[in-house]
Design a protein around this ligand. Structure first.
Ligand code: KG4
Ligand code: ZN
Length: 351
């Protein structure tokens, strides 16, 4: 097997990539990401518009990825497409297109779990990125802390009880009058804010000291309400905006970093992996690096591979394909499907 074609259409990015898996460290031969601009005017992703845009562009995006890699469809050895989780109508486009290409050419096909894709993203730039590690997956749809002793074996340590971290960034951005997606805009504004000028709560950080079921759980919806209160209390929002953004980002980063690093040291692992769109946040990466201590590796991909892209889907798919796994032509998209190989911490408590 040499070339794996990856497809990703779970949300508002139409993406195709060619991964060269002929050597031990897979190489991204091409990556095309077409971000749908239409959602910006609505302040969030409109599912029906996302599906329609994927339908319009998936063939051209795939052709472009093949051309950029300098190969033809006949050179592709296997196809991997995101199957879940995500917007079902959006997933359906890439999944059906990928299955059709594979079926027509008699190629192996694999439906990939989107979050497993985020887990594999850092491997594309750091060939030595491998378990065991604690993984923090933080995106617009998920906030998940995982124990990853081996690839394919995942144990949930904690997840969000309400909003995802990226969703909180997006909603707080709206409260502050910023555009969608909010994460990068809040990060930019927070850089102008003064640390400590506004104080916001650290939700569920106290749970870390106990051994309760929510020790590694997250909650961001109360923080969002606290921001709303700060916005309403402000008599000069233009002046206070950077300080509020800074206080919000500091609170999120503090909770994410503390829980992730605590779990890492409890498990005695040598590394932490951060993935998903929120892993683009330099304040989060900085806090993890500063607080992790010497000798602890922090694996994180560069922004282009952290946000949704097909190269990470090809990487996760290639790993499973190499183990002989295949998906049937009846493989369906799913809006919420657990990671393959997932166990809950309750079934094997953390020491
Ligand atoms: O992984 P992703 O591209 O899509 C999902 O699977 O959801 O993540 C998108 C999320 C958005 O909520 C966006 O606001 C957030 O990642 N994000 C950031 C940053 N860049 C993207 N959040 C905080 N800081 C950033 N620099
Ligand atoms: Zn994602």
């Amino acid at each position: 097997m040499r070339f794996v074609l990856g497809l990703e259409t779970s949300c508002d990015e139409t993406s195709a990539a060619v991964l060269d898996v002929s050597s031990a460290s897979p190489r991204v031969a091409s990556l095309v990401i077409l971000s749908q601009d239409v959602h910006r005017i609505f302040g969030g992703v409109v599912p029906e518009l996302a599906s329609r845009a994927h339908v319009r562009t998936i063939a051209a995006v795939t052709d472009r990825a093949l051309a950029d890699a300098g190969i033809a469809l006949a050179d592709v050895d296997a196809v991997a497409a995101t199957a879940a989780p995500g917007l079902v109508g959006a997933l359906l486009v890439g999944l059906a297109y990928g299955k059709a290409l594979a079926w027509a050419r008699g190629l192996p096909f694999l439906g990939v779990h989107h979050l497993e894709g985020h887990l594999f993203a850092p491997t594309l730039e750091a060939p030595d990125c491998a378990p065991p590690f604690v993984a923090l997956l933080a995106s617009g749809g998920h906030t998940l802390l995982l124990d990853v002793p081996r690839w394919g074996e995942y144990r949930v340590l904690g997840e969000t009880l309400d909003d995802a971290a990226g969703e909180a960034f997006d909603k707080v951005a709206t409260l502050l009058g910023l555009d969608y997606p909010g994460g990068p805009r809040i990060e930019r504004l927070a850089a102008e804010g003064r640390p400590g000028a506004q104080r916001l709560p650290r939700p569920m950080l106290g749970e870390l000291e106990g051994h309760g079921p929510h020790r590694y759980a997250f909650s961001f919806s109360g923080l969002k309400t606290a921001v709303l209160r700060a916005v309403r209390a402000s008599r000069d929002l233009d002046g206070d905006r950077p300080d509020i953004a800074r206080a919000f980002q500091d609170a999120v980063v503090d909770v994410l970093a503390a829980k992730t690093l605590h779990a890492r040291s409890a498990l005695g692992y040598p590394a932490v992996l951060v993935g998903g769109g929120v892993a683009c946040n330099q304040a989060l990466l900085g806090a993890l690096r500063d607080r992790a201590g010497d000798g602890v590796r922090i694996f994180a991909a560069s922004p282009r591979l952290n946000t949704d892209n097909a190269a990470m889907i090809a990487a996760a798919g290639a790993w499973r394909l190499a183990r002989g796994e295949r998906s049937g032509w009846d493989h369906e998209p799913g809006d919420r499907r657990p990671l393959p190989g997932l166990a809950h911490a309750a079934s094997a408590p953390l020491a």
